[in-house]
Design a protein around this ligand. Structure first.
Ligand code: AMP
Ligand code: GLY
Length: 424
């Protein structure tokens, strides 16, 4: 098969690494990819939202499947675009159509979906510019802290946890009246704060049946001890020790099955990954958010644990016979540590030379924000490289990944040395 992966981050590097091992693979392409993905396939200089360009490339290169990594092209309708064009329709796209992608593209839509289908989530109410006064009044009736969420995609920055009523009122006004997050905050979901421990559960579905993929825990804060600003994710581990079978059974019964059945009842076709951002509140799972793709850096911990051929599962999605497919899992633990540019998640410099990647022998190096300039690998983003170790124990995996993260060098490099150690 000829496969085209859309995206350029650590997640897409992990997909490329995994798919490159498939005996069913003929040619692998990554659009646009990064300095690392070229090892597994051919990078194609196309933007993830250049649907015409992606389509032309797919037709010209006999692409048999398009795997979409990030949310933006899904929310913007890349899958619909392929279905709408007669010459493209035969090429399966892994990732939902626009209707399903709203689960991530609109937090208000996701909330209504969960309420409609009885899926446990924080109590909430949505407001827009015309109901700002009601929103301000509503805040006064709620417990603190309180969570304000921009409805639309805001690059992971659209969620504010407010600890005082003053702060919540100021932020609600900033979001609704002053477009703090642009169009994304023209509607705001005000949500009850859930206190617990977060984890991510991944599901692959062909729209009818599903497979539950390994769970992972992501570390979102920039600073050690979970301090400082939120990032895209500074590291991850899989499996998650506190997500035992009893908990995961609850997730399946109360969340996964109602989600798949809810999509069907609502007439929403869905072929792709569903990422459940969950809060474990005293042993009970609640949905914090849906994403319509795999997580980053969770993918870098999840895929190394899948021993069997990922393309087989993806074909099950494309051919709507996922129930006939199976996969095998490694009992080992994966730990991922992300190397980021100095200053990230604020402003940071790019173009720093990256050295010593080849000194990493016992971990997998997944490039994220990297590029090649005259044969030299340079930084080209906030999150630069994900280092993943797969070992028999969580402790060994964490030690290995953390040690290997220390081996790679670029000016301003930052990483967390405490990823996962809270779980031991
Ligand atoms: P999201 O962009 O929806 O993933 O939210 C970003 C982060 O905000 C999450 O990872 C949680 O840590 C936190 N968060 C979101 N919703 C809630 C909630 N209802 N209660 C507590 N924390 C939340
Ligand atoms: N690691 C969180 C995300 O991918 O959204």
């Amino acid at each position: 098969m000829n496969i085209l992966i859309v995206g350029s981050g650590g997640r897409e590097s992990a997909f490329a690494w995994k798919i490159a091992q498939s005996p069913q693979l003929n040619q692998l392409y990554i659009a646009p990819g990064n300095a690392g993905t070229g090892r597994y396939g051919k990078n194609i200089a196309l933007k993830v939202t250049d649907f015409d360009g992606i389509a032309d490339f797919a037709l010209g290169h006999g692409i048999d499947m398009v795997l979409v990594g990030p949310e933006e092209p899904l929310v913007k309708g890349i899958h619909d675009y392929f279905l709408e064009r007669e010459d493209l329709r035969h090429i399966p796209v892994i990732g939902p159509q626009r209707a399903g992608a709203q689960l991530e593209g609109s937090k208000d839509f996701a909330k209504q979906f969960m309420v409609r289908h009885g899926i446990p989530t924080a109590a909430s109410q949505s407001f827009n510019q015309t109901t700002l006064e009601e929103g301000l009044a509503y805040l006064g009736t709620q417990k603190l802290p309180i969570v304000l969420k921009a409805d639309g995609l805001a690059g992971g920055k659209g969620v504010l946890i407010c600890t005082t009523l003053d702060e919540a009122r100021t932020e609600l006004k900033a979001m609704l009246a002053d477009a703090k997050f642009g169009e994304a905050s023209s509607t705001v979901v005000i949500e009850e704060f859930l206190s617990g421990i977060e984890l991510s559960v991944f599901v692959l579905t062909d729209g009818d049946t599903y497979k539950v993929l390994p769970a992972a825990k992501d570390y979102k804060r920039i600073g050690e001890g979970d301090t400082g600003l939120n990032t895209g994710g500074m590291g991850s581990v899989s499996p998650v020790p506190f997500a035992d079978n009893e908990f995961l059974d609850k997730v399946e019964e109360r969340i996964i099955i109602p989600t798949i059945e809810g999509l069907k009842k609502d007439g929403i076709p869905y072929q792709g990954f569903i990422f459940l951002g969950l809060m474990n509140v005293g042993g009970e799972p609640y949905v914090i958010e849906y994403n319509v793709r795999m997580g980053d850096p969770e993918t870098e911990s999840v895929l190394p644990r899948i021993e069997s051929d990922l393309l087989d599962l993806l074909q099950g999605v494309a051919q709507r016979n996922l129930q006939d497919r199976s996969f095998t899992l490694s009992p080992k633990t994966a730990a991922t540590v992300m190397l980021v540019s100095g200053g990230y998640p604020g402003t940071y410099e790019s173009g720093k030379t990256i050295d010593n990647i080849e000194s990493v022998k016992n971990s997998i190096v997944f490039h994220a924000g990297t590029t090649t300039e005259n044969g030299v690998v340079k930084t080209a983003g906030g999150r630069v490289i994900a280092v993943t170790a797969l070992e028999d124990t969580l402790f060994d995996a964490l030690q290995q990944a953390t040690a290997d993260a220390g081996r790679i060098y670029f000016e301003g490099k930052n990483f967390r040395r405490d990823i996962g150690f809270d779980l031991i």
